[in-house]
Write a protein that binds this ligand. Structure first.
Ligand code: GLA
Length: 404
């Protein structure tokens, strides 16, 4: 009898499967912010297995996978109800080969597959959700080879205690499934999830209502622009550690006003400078990076922003901290983030509608001494033995420096 067979016999006598025994502790499931691509903002319910396969192909051929983008997150409207045994099933028109075959394909490319459900009977878009079926659905997701679950909170009671209980139920079910499946808490920053996400078994928590393809909500229709999300997330920096990430919602980089749900509520599109700011600040804050533009049609500007290895390195820095906002006024904001190797990243964000000359005085920002300064968007060292940086920042631009 091999050791493995003996172990299985012992575990099954104890009521455990070898898989359940080997599941990773939940706190270790996302050691850096997950990076990938999500279906919702551009495609909404217009999704199918062909789109997922072609997106997986593009993730590899465009060099996105090599740059760190590993997940394909299938969002809402993949579901086809439940079968006679109450097993959740995919929409047979959209996914005729089933999700397992799709996961196998995605995995064969070295990528991971995420899926979506909701802590109520119906999802936000009115599809079948998981309340009361947590263990059964977690087992199904595990059997398909799912790696990540975005768990939404539409149609659920408002109070925080119920939310905590429902997220905990799903995290426990995922853990018992025996497969390593990360859990994204998606209650839109309304119940202080930053306080309890880790306790209930989640790895990241949404900080805001849904992102729209806009700079800020000037029309006051309740949509969240890039700057709105930066402003609600900045105060949460101290909750971030190397296991817990603030989910600032999807990147709108490259959508240019063409994006399904992200074009609602005034989401008419952003400039490339504003998309650069989104990438900069999502990386500074350690947010997950979920692209939503059509990866089969990348432009040079999309590539420049999404594939910048220096800004991605800040996002994935293994110290796993978020940037602290040190300066905040009507015209600009300055952030500092500690990096490995005693380095710091500094972001200067011009929120005004006019160009500004800004100064980052390193000592005033808590960084003593003289330093080498690298501009991560220009990809070059711009100073040595420097005690400050001073320069022009365009309207809505973010300059990111690494200080060493
Ligand atoms: C909510 C979420 C979005 C998306 C939709 C899907 O609005 O916040 O990110 O998942 O539901 O219906």
């Amino acid at each position: 009898m091999t050791h493995k067979v003996l172990l299985s016999l012992l575990l099954s006598a104890a009521g455990l499967s070898a898989n359940a025994q080997s599941a990773t502790s939940r706190s270790q499931l996302c050691p850096t912010p997950p990076m990938g691509w999500m279906t919702w903002n551009l495609f909404k319910g217009d999704i199918n297995e062909q789109l997922i396969r072609e997106t997986a192909d593009a993730m590899v051929s465009e060099g996105l996978a090599a740059a760190g983008y590993k997940y394909i997150f299938i969002d809402d409207l993949w579901q086809g109800g439940r079968d006679i045994h109450n097993n959740i099933i995919p929409d047979p028109q959209k996914f005729p080969s089933g999700i397992k075959a799709l996961a196998d394909y995605v995995h064969s490319k070295g990528l991971k597959l995420g899926i979506y459900s909701d802590a109520a009977q119906l999802t936000c878009a009115g599809a079948t959700a998981s309340l009361g079926f947590e263990e059964q659905d977690a087992r199904t997701f595990a059997s398909w080879g799912i790696d990540y679950l975005k768990y939404d909170y539409c149609n659920a009671p408002e109070d925080s205690a119920t939310a905590r209980q429902r997220y905990h139920a799903m995290a426990t079910a995922l853990q018992k499934s025996g497969r390593d499946i990360a859990l994204g808490v998606c209650e839109w920053g309304q119940r202080q999830a930053e306080e309890w996400c880790a306790q209930v078994g989640g790895q990241l928590w949404r900080t805001s209502y849904d992102v729209r393809d806009m700079w800020k909500d000037v029309v006051k229709q309740g949509g969240m622009g890039i700057l709105d999300i930066i402003n609600v997330t900045a105060p949460l920096a101290s909750y971030v550690n190397h296991t817990q990430w603030p989910d600032m919602d999807m990147l709108v980089v490259g959508l240019r006003g063409k994006g399904g749900p992200s074009s609602d509520l005034g989401g008419t599109g952003c400039s490339d400078t504003e998309y650069q700011t989104q990438m900069s600040m999502w990386c500074m804050m350690s947010s997950p990076l979920a692209m939503t533009n059509d990866l089969r049609k990348l432009t040079p500007a999309d590539r420049r922003i999404l594939l910048n290895p220096e800004i991605i390195a800040i996002n994935q820095d293994s110290l796993g901290l978020a940037a602290q906002r040190k300066v905040f006024n009507n015209d600009y904001q300055i952030y500092v983030r500690k990096l490995t190797g005693g380095r710091h990243a500094i972001a200067l964000l011009n929120t005004a509608d006019k160009p500004l000359t800004l100064t980052a005085d390193f000592a005033a920002l808590g960084i003593e001494g003289k330093h080498q300064v690298r501009d991560v968007w220009q990809h070059k060292q711009i100073a040595s033995n420097a005690k400050r940086w001073k320069g022009r920042v365009k309207p809505h631009e973010t300059i990111v420096l690494v200080i060493e």
